[in-house]
Every structure is written in structure tokens, then in C-alpha cells.
Design a protein around this ligand. Structure first.
Ligand SMILES: Cc1cc2nc3c(=O)[nH]c(=O)nc-3n(C[C@H](O)[C@H](O)[C@H](O)COP(=O)(O)OP(=O)(O)OC[C@H]3O[C@@H](n4cnc5c(N)ncnc54)[C@H](O)[C@@H]3O)c2cc1C
Length: 297
């Protein structure tokens, strides 16, 4: 065993050839060469220092916006779910990257804080949420994020102000190779029961409009300016279209669902078909929101 792998074993748990299909909400993806879960932030810093620079790294939250290829990932997948401490001080909420966004929304309601209700409907973690600038129902992370801490590829921690992150629609600029380890939000006071009621309404709307009964990765494409990806895909006649075990949802055309043991290639083929057909019919190039690893689309 290489020296760096021996050191990694002392910083957390590390397994080999872990199928990523068990770590994505779509239920697809081949094996990670190494799958590492650090014990805490210090262990993560030590791990980053010892992993050779030519080994690719992939930070993983809940895999709710990820499409890894069937061939898997040839480096170290960093599962950051054990970094899950959260605290509230007045209107300031601080959370480590592995805290589930649904937990944040619950805690906000308990403390009578508004601004992050949408998180109840997004099945990811704070780290993935910051990396994607997640948002819904007119709210987004950028609106109340004040600062983050990252661990860089050289194992050093760094504080970054939200204003430095160039956050835009489903976009955050993180320094190359850095991992978000914690985030701080400034929220507004509100009545806890009112916050809870808004969360209930958002959840109800989601259950009515999205195919939550089948494995999926949320919106596959970003909405183009002034339009909706779902409208364009439906108008292109692709709603319900199936390739292998995956199909474009009959309930919401911007969702691809895993109906029956789909592969990443099935999902990718549907993504490419939707892009090609919509561009041919309407002259609009759909840009994927889902993060695809190592595959052009
Ligand atoms: C049913 C459903 C509904 C959804 N609804 C919404 C919605 O309303 N709004 C919305 O914005 N999204 C939505 N999504 C998509 C997804 O939940 C969000 O993009 C979420 O922010 C991803 O978080 P994650 O922890 O699952 O990240 P992952 O999918 O694990 O990772 C996403 C990207 O972030 C990177 N990343 C993850 N953690 C870190 C970290 N700590 N540091 C640096 N980079 C990191 C990954 O490498 C990857 O590139 C939905 C998904 C599903 C399945």
C-alpha cells in the first residue's frame, strides 16, 4: 500500500472501488477508485496534504446534482457528510458542509429565522448547496451567505467573503481544487410558525409538480433566459421519452428519472437528445445544471 494511503487511513475511513450509484440520488455511477470520509476538518486538511497532486479529487455532498460516468471516478471521492456541526447565534447561522439543507430549514423555523425556507425542498448538503448556489421559490443561497471557509488543495484553510465568490444563477466561483468546509448565513427574524407554514407550502408544491417517487437529480438543465427548460423539452415532444432504464419524466420534463436500473449512459443519451432536439426546433442550447464528470454534453 502507498504511503499516502496509509496516512489517509489514519484520517478517516477509506475504501476502494466504492460504487457511486449508492451515493447519487439518481442511483447511477461506476466505482470510485478510493472513497474517503474524513473524521473532521483537521483530518481533512491532513488528508489533502498527503494525497499526491496528480490524483484527481471529487468533493461529494449527497450526490443530488451529480452524474458520474459508468466507468466511475479514477481518483479520491471525498465524502464530507461527517462534517455536520451547526450553530445559531442570534440571526447568524453557521453550518459545516455536511449538514443537510433540510436540517437547516428546520432549525431556522425553530429559531424564528427566515431566508432559507427553500432548503426544505433541496435534498443536498450545505457544501453542495454553496458550490451550486442552490435556490428555489425566489430564494437562493447567495442572498444570505456572508462567508465560507474552504480547505485548499495544499491542506490550508482559507476564509472567503461571499462577495468574492461571484455567485450567480446556479453558479459559485470557488478557488481551483478547494473544498467548502463551512458556511455562515445572516438571516432575518420572523415568526417560527409562519416560517414553518411557508416550508409546508413549498413541500406540497414540490410533491405535486415533481416526480419525487423515482430516483432523479432535480432539474437537469438550467432555465434559459426568459424561458423554462421543461416547457422547451415538452414542446419538443420528448416528455416520457425513454432510453434504456431512464426516461424524461412524464410529470416534469426537466427531470430525468431512473425507472429501471438505468446506467449513466442512458441518462447522458437523454441529455444529449434533449439538447439536440430543442436546439434544432427552437434554436436554444440547453445548458446542463447537473454536474457531469468526464463526459461532454
Ligand atoms: C428532488 C430534487 C430536487 C432538487 N431541487 C433543487 C432546487 O430546488 N434548487 C436547486 O438549486 N437544486 C435542486 N436540486 C439539485 C441539488 O439538490 C442541489 O444542486 C444541491 O445543492 C446539491 O447538493 P449535494 O450536497 O447533493 O451536492 P452534490 O450533488 O454531491 O455535488 C454537486 C456539486 O458540488 C460539488 N461539491 C459538493 N460538496 C462540495 C464541497 N463541500 N466543496 C466544494 N464542492 C462541493 C460536487 O463536486 C459537485 O460538483 C434538486 C435535486 C433533487 C434530487
Amino acid at each position: 500500500m502507498s504511503d499516502w494511503l496509509k496516512i489517509l487511513q489514519t484520517c478517516g475511513t477509506c475504501t476502494e472501488n466504492e460504487p457511486l450509484s449508492g451515493h447519487t440520488t439518481l442511483g447511477v455511477g461506476g466505482p470510485a477508485r478510493w472513497f474517503f470520509r474524513p473524521d473532521n476538518q483537521d483530518a481533512l486538511c491532513a488528508a489533502m496534504l498527503c494525497i499526491p497532486a496528480d490524483i484527481p479529487l471529487l468533493p461529494l455532498g449527497r450526490g443530488s446534482n451529480l452524474l458520474p460516468p459508468d466507468s466511475g471516478f479514477p481518483g479520491v471521492v471525498l465524502d464530507l457528510s461527517s462534517l455536520n456541526h451547526i450553530q445559531v447565534n442570534g440571526t447568524i447561522l453557521s453550518a459545516e458542509c455536511g449538514v443537510r439543507m433540510s436540517r437547516v430549514s428546520r432549525i431556522c423555523a425553530d429559531h424564528g429565522l427566515t431566508g432559507l425556507e427553500f432548503m426544505a425542498t433541496v435534498p443536498g448538503d450545505i457544501g453542495g448547496g454553496v458550490a451550486m448556489n442552490a435556490g428555489a421559490f425566489g430564494q437562493q443561497i447567495a442572498d444570505c451567505l456572508t462567508r465560507i471557509h474552504v480547505v485548499r488543495r495544499d491542506g490550508e484553510k482559507q476564509e472567503l467573503q461571499a462577495a468574492e465568490l461571484e455567485m450567480a444563477y446556479r453558479h459559485t466561483s470557488l478557488p481551483y481544487g478547494s473544498l467548502v468546509v463551512s458556511a455562515e448565513f445572516h438571516l432575518q427574524e420572523d415568526d417560527g410558525e409562519t416560517v414553518r407554514e411557508r416550508i409546508r407550502q413549498m413541500r406540497t408544491t414540490r410533491g405535486r409538480t415533481q416526480p419525487l417517487e423515482l430516483p432523479n437529480c432535480g432539474s437537469v438543465f438550467k432555465n434559459p433566459d426568459g424561458d423554462h427548460a421543461a416547457r422547451l423539452i415538452e414542446a419538443a415532444g420528448l416528455k416520457g421519452h425513454r432510453i434504456g432504464g431512464a426516461s424524461i419524466s412524464a410529470k416534469h420534463a426537466n427531470f430525468i428519472v431512473n425507472e429501471d436500473s438505468a446506467s449513466s449512459s442512458d441518462v447522458l443519451a437523454l441529455i444529449q437528445l434533449a439538447q439536440k432536439t430543442v436546439e434544432k426546433k427552437f434554436g436554444v442550447r440547453l445548458e446542463p445544471e447537473v454536474r457531469m464528470l468526464g463526459e461532454p454534453a
